[in-house]
Design a protein around this ligand. Structure first.
Ligand code: NIG
Ligand code: FE
Length: 419
């Protein structure tokens, strides 16, 4: 089936975008089509982008084997890519807010029975059907906010059986049509379960959990919470090296609460992306960039924790270093809205809205490929037909309505979904 979308407003396409440095941003118009363009889609792929007037002649109504849809002058942006989420878990940790108000840190809350350990108990008590339904509702909410693809991690099971169960549920969700596609990550090394110490859990991961995950074959990536008090540098290296031997792509959580030298390990191991990276030293940031390691910033986390400092986005833009943004959706940071994360950059940190958009589209595609193998995160000939129709005719409106979604409709793998 062919679909012809006509009369777009300004369209951010990001064709041939490499890194959006300060200088490139001065020529932002290079990445934005003027109003009046149209997009032709064949099945799930964009096959042509031309002036609407030309397409109107080409697709006159005498032949009937195509649909014509007017975009009514709305601004168009690529499908958003959420390259870091903890999608599946059960229970609620709202009680932690009073602990935070009493001055307890994330670590202290975890030591007192909250944190990841609490969510692991709640998740493991829930049925697979319940977790599937929760996941499906979350994916719908993600799509309403313009996300067409997301990376999702296990990590709230922490036994071989429970981690494999979460990955199997994610795999089933990935087979649902009309929902964002999923890039599956195994994160058994998310916390140390109660009946283990670091050494015994790492042994179990290496001898039992990881082999089972590899045999199951659903996960494409491995991630470790590399942080003082959680997984140290040595265990992280052992786990990621074994995972990599098994064919998984390497990812890391680093330096979330303090500089634990995670940036150096990330660059030594040449991981795809090292996320959080709040306290990473400048020396290690340079190393990461030299080794082509992406910095995955998750500004929803400092926002949820009530911190005043955000990562140095502008420094990254000025240096022309690789970076992305994502929601980090988890019980402690409950947003699945990339437009909200964009608002934190643009309205709180004065970042150029095009740089913020690139960080969750074209750049995010580099670290979270689409399962089909097709290109995404851009609107160009040959890429997947994943794009968003905004409620307004200014493309900048994608990140200026933090309390509600700026998206009127989404074309997901060629299918039009009206929100
Ligand atoms: O990325 N830091 C580790 N994992 C999550 C938080 C998980 C949780 O608090 O449940 C994160 O922020
Ligand atoms: Fe995370």
């Amino acid at each position: 089936m062919r679909r012809v979308f006509l009369d777009a407003g300004p369209m951010v396409h990001f064709a041939n975008a490499t890194s959006l440095s300060g200088q490139v941003l001065q020529n932002a118009s290079e990445f934005i089509h003027d109003p009046g363009m149209g997009i032709v889609v064949e099945e799930d792929t964009i096959i042509q982008i031309s002036e609407s007037e030309i397409l109107k002649e080409e697709y006159d109504s005498s032949t009937q084997d195509f649909d014509v849809i007017s975009l009514g002058g709305s601004a168009i942006i690529p499908g958003l890519i959420d390259s870091h989420t903890h999608l599946l878990w059960e229970g609620d940790r709202s009680f932690e807010v009073s602990m935070k108000r009493n001055g307890l840190s994330y670590q202290e809350i975890a030591e007192r029975g909250g944190g990841i350990g609490y969510t692991v108990n709640q998740t493991n008590q829930a049925s697979a059907e319940q977790i599937y339904l929760t996941g499906k509702n979350r994916l719908k909410s993600s799509l309403l906010n313009g996300t067409t693809h997301l990376e999702a991690k296990s990590g709230y099971g922490l036994t071989t059986e429970a981690e494999c169960r979460l990955l199997a549920i994610m795999n089933n969700l990935n087979n649902e049509s009309e929902l964002p596609s999923i890039d599956l990550t195994w994160m058994g090394a998310h916390a140390i379960p109660k009946n283990h110490n670091l050494k015994s859990y790492v042994e179990e991961i290496l001898s039992e959990q990881l082999p089972s995950v590899l045999e199951q074959g659903y996960a494409k990536n491995a991630d470790v919470f590399c942080e003082p008090g959680w997984f140290d540098l040595e265990s992280t290296e052992d786990i990621l090296k074994s995972a990599s031997k098994g064919g998984l792509h390497k990812r890391l959580h680093i330096d979330e609460f303090e500089d634990g030298d995670g940036g150096k390990l990330a660059s030594d191991l040449e991981v795809v992306t090292a996320d959080h990276a709040y306290h990473t030293s400048e020396e290690n940031r340079i190393k990461m960039n030299d080794n082509n390691v992406n910095a995955g910033f998750l500004p929803g986390t400092p926002f949820s924790q009530g911190e005043k400092e955000f990562p140095p986005f502008q420094h990254y833009i000025n240096q022309n270093w690789k970076w992305t943004i994502a929601t980090d959706f988890n019980p402690n940071c409950q947003t699945l809205s990339l437009p909200f994360i964009g608002s934190l950059l643009v309205q709180r940190n004065h970042i150029h809205p095009l740089a913020a958009l690139a960080a969750c589209t074209v750049h995010a595609a580099d670290i979270s490929p689409h399962p089909s193998g097709k290109g995404h995160g851009t609107i160009e000939k040959g890429s997947l037909a994943n794009f968003n129709i905004l409620k307004n005719d200014n493309w900048e409106s994608w990140c200026l309505t933090p309390g509600h979604s700026p998206i009127a409709g989404t074309v997901l793998e060629g299918n039009m979904i009206i929100h």
